[in-house]
Design a protein around this ligand. Structure first.
Ligand code: ADE
Length: 253
């Protein structure tokens, strides 16, 4: 999968992309991340990428010309709004606090694409003509405001990449993740079996995989019930899960 990132701060990206799982995924050719400096698509002496807002007020606004030129020259005709495949082919996503709020379902949805483009907003905002004419989707990573879309772009790249086959070494991959099955993940333990008097739950040492699976499922349900009850409304629950949850609700009363 290919990510084309458009930014005014390209120097932000390498440290993270050259680390750990994302680094390995890039080296193995499972993902490709191309960082494009929007400033390189300016033609004036000062390489101007922003200007004061029409109508007055504070702050600066990202100019349309370099952004259009950058995206169009990297993606070619694929993204032009006149192309019927534009939207389906390569989503051009603006990272902005005004976007739909990112979650595991959106990560999964984006992981189905061969290529996506990410535009990192900066300054007070971007010229509205960019949003209207070349952006196909807007994503926020949460209801708070950052100084720019660079960290959100990295977050999105990370969350999407680890869903691709083979990116995680573990063959079960991201299947058991928190949120993957609509529940928070069960607790994990490793050696030693006892640390400062705190013991690993007996069942995990039992070697009985039927029992272990059941325990993990019940732990996941209990955690979700306590920490994120909102998630239970959308989770896929079996009859047995529902019975177990009814038990938890009764305990609470
Ligand atoms: N840019 C600034 N804040 C942001 C947020 N919360 N999500 C995505 N992009 C942003």
């Amino acid at each position: 999968m290919q990510f084309e990132v458009f930014t005014l701060l390209p120097e932000v990206f390498p440290a993270y992309l050259d680390t750990s799982i994302i680094k390995r995924a890039r080296e193995r050719g499972l993902i490709q991340v191309n960082i494009h400096n929007i400033r390189e698509y300016t033609h004036d002496k000062h390489h101007t990428t922003d200007d004061t807002p029409y109508g007055g007020g504070g702050g600066m606004v990202m100019k349309p010309e370099p952004v259009f030129e950058a995206i169009e020259s990297v993606l070619g005709q694929e993204t032009l709004p006149t192309s019927p495949e534009a939207k389906a082919n390569v989503p051009v996503i603006l990272l902005t606090p005004q976007g739909r709020v990112f979650n595991q379902r959106i990560a999964k949805e984006l992981s189905q694409h061969k290529k996506i483009a990410l535009l990192c907003g900066r300054y007070e905002g971007i010229d509205e003509r960019i949003r209207e004419n070349i952006i196909t989707d807007e994503i926020s990573i949460g209801d708070y405001v950052l100084t720019g879309g660079e960290l959100p772009a990295l977050i999105l790249i990370d969350a999407v990449s680890r869903l691709l086959p083979e990116v995680l070494g573990d063959p079960t991959g991201a299947e058991d993740d928190s949120h993957a099955m609509g529940l928070l993940e069960y607790p994990h333990y490793t050696r030693p079996p006892e640390f400062r008097g705190w013991k690993v739950p007996e069942v995990l040492l039992s070697g009985d995989h039927g029992k272990i699976d059941k325990w993990r499922r019940q732990q996941a349900l209990t955690r979700t019930f306590k920490k994120r009850p909102d998630m239970l409304e959308k989770a896929e629950l079996t009859k047995e899960d529902k019975k177990f949850l009814d038990g938890l609700k009764n305990e609470e009363r």
